[in-house]
Design a protein around this ligand. Structure first.
Ligand code: SAM
Length: 273
């Protein structure tokens, strides 16, 4: 679909909202405050992330922009979607000191993805065993998409939904491009056992160098531990491979998203030969 410029959007805007108690502003405030596990709508911001999410099939409910916005392009937005121009004071009232972009949307929450959807894929699966920093989870999802993984399982992250605004931003809208499943460790273990997935854990203290992964032809579930606690004993006990990325002395560990990228790449490259 052709890009629609903000200037074009502004010209078709039926209404400017400059009162925080206006129903449109109140609805936005409710969505931003929601802690629901099943929100019906969520805030999707930044033109690049909006375009990515729309390309992944996300439906937009409404578009918002600040009166002072310049002229960013907004790709793929149906002209029938309602548009609102918000005053700076309404935007300030909504976001306060939180990061936000001058153009954002409300979007409809997609159907929840399930572990079963990961069973039949061909790429590796990433299991995040207690990774809690949303920026890391988002970066891992982005890398997983780029390197052909089948999906990402997220355990004990503290997230209640994948449409968490911080996660959508950190993944650059790619959280909608593949199955991303929030679940418990017990459910994940049951799934791994039932599908007889080969599990490979990554830990700085493992004795086998990651380069050995190049000889593994089968699909793997790669398990990465949390920022503070590392891997759980339960998942490590199920592993058939335990790899370390060798580091210079004096460095305790790598960032978990960096580890995920290196491990996926090592295995994906070898599998393609
Ligand atoms: C920041 S580290 C966790 C450090 C934590 N203190 C620990 O005891 O493991 C987060 C995760 O990244 C992965 N990781 C970090 N450095 C690694 C390395 N050199 N080799 C393999 N995995 C690594 C592991 O999965 C680890 O659980």
């Amino acid at each position: 679909m052709a890009a629609v410029s903000l200037e074009q959007l502004k010209q078709t805007v039926p209404q400017s909202i400059d009162d925080p108690s206006h129903p449109v502003a109140k609805r936005l405030a409710d969505v931003l405050r929601s802690r629901s596990e099943k929100p019906r709508t969520f805030v999707l911001d930044d033109p690049e992330n909006i375009a990515q999410a729309v390309a992944c099939g996300i439906e937009l409910d409404s578009v918002y922009f600040s009166a002072s916005a310049n002229d960013p392009k907004l790709t793929g937005v149906d002209p029938g979607v309602p548009r609102y121009c918000l005053s700076e004071s309404v935007i300030q009232n909504l976001f306060g000191t939180q990061k936000h972009s001058r153009i954002f949307t409300l979007a409809r929450t997609p159907k929840k993805r399930s572990l079963g959807e990961l069973a039949g894929g061909r790429g590796d699966i990433l299991i995040l065993d207690g990774v809690r920093i949303v920026g890391n989870i988002g970066a891992i999802i982005r890398t997983a998409c780029a390197l052909g993984a089948a999906g990402v399982v997220v355990i004990n992250s503290g997230l209640s939904t994948i449409v968490d605004r911080r996660l959508v931003r950190a993944s650059r809208g790619l959280v909608f491009a593949m199955p991303v499943v929030l679940t418990t460790r017990a459910e994940c273990i049951a799934f791994v056992r039932q599908k007889q997935l080969a599990l490979a854990t990554l830990s700085a203290s493992a004795t086998e160098p990651l380069s050995s992964i190049r000889t593994v032809r089968e699909r793997l579930a790669l398990v990465l531990g949390g920022e503070r606690e590392g891997l759980s004993r339960e998942l490590d006990a199920l592993a058939t491979h335990r790899y370390a990325i060798l580091m210079a002395s004096g460095v305790e560990s790598l960032n978990v998203s960096v580890t995920a990228g290196i491990a996926l790449y090592e295995h994906a490259v070898s599998a393609s030969h």
